[in-house]
Design a protein around this ligand. Sequence first.
Ligand code: 2P0
Length: 348
Amino acid sequence: MKLKYDRGSVVCTAPSNIALVKYWGKKDIQIPLNPSISFTLDTCYTKTKADFELGDTQTQIEFYFHGESKPSFIPKLEVFIERVKDLYPWLGSLAKLTLHSENSFPHSSGIASSASGFGAMAMCFEKFNSEVLGEEIDLDRASNAARLGSGSACRSVFGGFNLWGELTEDLGDQSLSSQLTDIHPNFDDIKDAICIASSGEKSVGSSAGHSLMNNHVFGEQRINQAKDNCRELLSCLRSGDVWKAGELIEEEAMTLHALMMTSRPSYMLIRPNTVAMIEVIRQFREDEKTPVFFTLDAGPNPHVIYFNESRTLVEQKLLPKLKGLCENERIIMDQIGKGPKILESSFE
Ligand code: 2P0
């Protein structure tokens, strides 16, 4: 392998994403049990600076989060590097990797930081790869690499709406995400206001949650439902049917949490104020006859999903009502975004 450089520094950002059809359950190495559809966020992102040094010595890794050394994260990184060695063979001669990472959003805010974190990391690896080998950047490979860090991260390598997982023989890939095209303009500026119901640590993390889908009593039905919902949502995204899309989005959020509640052992991540907020959102939709919906990630915080046409109404009349039900009145405002950015890079 002929390499053009043996040192480099890359700074990348990658946003988090919110799933509308949920990835829940996996097999083998980060292969999803069902296809999922998401949109990439804009203001909630991770920024990572990666300094690479190639050589003959044993690999040394340092990880800093907001300037503070975090050795507890190193074992996860070692697993990630081992998994992506087939994609990036120069990792076999990695002497030193220093990572400085920071999030634009608060810690424990229920925003998937593993998605933006591994998305940004994969982009740094891909950029270094393209420079040392003198090749074009390959976003499909970066998405595949990000998945090997955290499943949902593969959807953060592209902007807009994404599909990850095989939907039909010629649509969707198990090991990488792809950006959906031909989206109706009704969805162009889709918004996400994240209402913080609780920022406390979750009783059951996502890894344990995914594994409870093996042998789940509704396992098979869930896979079929997710495929049907992906197909139907895709058709809404193309036709511009925001009402039907909203119905599917809420069904998916409720299903995700129903699957948690019916796992063995059963667990529950929603809180009383989560339920109160869902009721306020549904009542507001009925009263105002305006398309505003919610989704939930693997946590208690409702994401309010709305569109340009109802923006003023939602932001002036609904969000103030929800604020009072949030922890410390915290709502994080976000919207659909364009995906990762390479901010700086240098090689020698
Ligand atoms: C998703 N979630 O589609 C689903 C919906 C949470 C709820 O993917 O074990 O952090 O790293 O592959 O991606 C959260 O799980 O799990 C998740 P790993 P990940 O976004």
